[in-house]
Design a protein around this ligand. Structure first.
Ligand SMILES: O=C(CO)[C@H](O)[C@H](O)COP(=O)(O)O
Length: 145
């Protein structure tokens, strides 16, 4: 898949994120501190990655900041993006399955290298639920203005 990655710093698991996503066979587009010379303020770089998803240049995004909160807020402001701040594999799997989340938000502060690999394995292996109730929730979210 085409994955847009953004981080406002190179702290913690930020650099590892790029290699871990590529190692899983995805092509990446980089924003913020991950792309030398790019703007690295979280609001800008995380919304830029999310906009790639909304406008069809990427299938999914992974957005990071120290807390993960700004990254998720900025990504969720982009229409059509459902960003989920995930701190463990079960949350990441649930976000893909029940929320059809198309952007993974991560906290550079909280996410250890081990947890990052667990989250990415869960995120990329889970698929959206086909249960009509789950689909109805996601459809409802799509229409929220
Ligand atoms: O978590 C964040 C936003 O939600 C930022 O990473 C945090 O505010 C630090 O930013 P800066 O290094 O620019 O001061």
């Amino acid at each position: 898949m085409r994955i847009s990655l953004a981080s406002d710093s190179l702290d913690g698991i930020a650099s590892m994120l790029v290699t871990e996503v590529e190692r899983r066979g995805h092509s990446v587009t980089l924003y913020g501190a991950l792309a030398p010379g790019d703007r690295a303020d979280w609001a800008w770089c995380c919304s830029a990655a999310a906009r790639d998803v909304a406008e069809g240049r990427a299938d999914q995004a992974v957005v990071c900041c120290w807390t993960g909160t700004g990254a998720s807020i900025a990504a969720n402001k982009v229409a059509g993006v459902r960003a989920a701040l995930c701190t463990d594999a079960a949350t990441a799997a649930g976000a893909r399955k029940w929320n059809d989340a198309n952007a993974l938000a991560l906290s550079l502060r909280l996410t250890s290298p081990q947890v990052l690999t667990e989250i990415l394995d869960a995120w990329f292996s889970e698929t959206p639920s086909t249960d009509p109730e789950d689909a109805a929730n996601v459809a409802y979210v799509r229409e929220i203005r």
